[in-house]
Ligand binder design. Structure first.
Ligand SMILES: [Zn+2]
Length: 117
C-alpha cells in the first residue's frame, strides 16, 4: 500500500462525492483522470486505492476509474520543437539545450465523471 496514492485517491473520492451530491446523482459509474507520466503517481496503486475506497461508499461502489496517461514532453525554443523528456532531464536531442518549458506530463486532474440518477 502506497500512502501517496491512498491520499490522492481519498481526495478524488471526496471531489467526486461532492460533485455527485451537487448533481443529485444516485450513483457514480466512471471517473476519468488525466495523469502525466512525470506526476509521480503510480496508476496501478491509485486504481487499487480508489476501488478500495469507492467500495466503502454507496454512491461510488462499483465505479470504474479510467486513466489517460500523458507523456512527459518539453519544448525547445531554439529548435521550435517538442521532444520527449527522459528520466526527468528535459534536454533537447538536437541542440542539447536544457528546456524549462514543460508541455505535458505533470498533470493530475479529474477530466470527467459519469453519473446515474
Ligand atoms: Zn533544441
Amino acid at each position: 500500500m502506497v500512502m501517496h496514492e491512498l491520499a490522492i485517491a481519498q481526495s478524488i473520492v471526496e471531489a467526486v462525492e461532492a460533485k455527485a451530491s451537487e448533481c443529485k446523482a444516485a450513483h457514480v459509474k466512471t471517473v476519468r483522470l488525466k495523469i502525466g507520466e512525470a506526476s509521480g503517481v503510480v496508476t496501478d496503486s491509485l486504481t487499487f486505492c480508489f476501488e478500495m475506497l469507492a467500495s466503502l461508499d454507496p454512491t461510488l461502489a462499483g465505479s470504474k476509474m479510467l486513466i489517460d496517461t500523458l507523456p512527459h514532453r518539453a519544448y525547445c525554443r531554439y529548435c521550435d520543437r517538442e521532444f520527449s523528456v527522459t528520466n526527468f532531464i528535459a534536454q533537447c536531442p538536437d541542440c542539447k539545450e536544457w528546456s524549462n518549458e514543460i508541455v505535458s506530463g505533470t498533470e493530475l486532474q479529474i477530466l470527467e465523471m459519469e453519473f446515474e440518477t
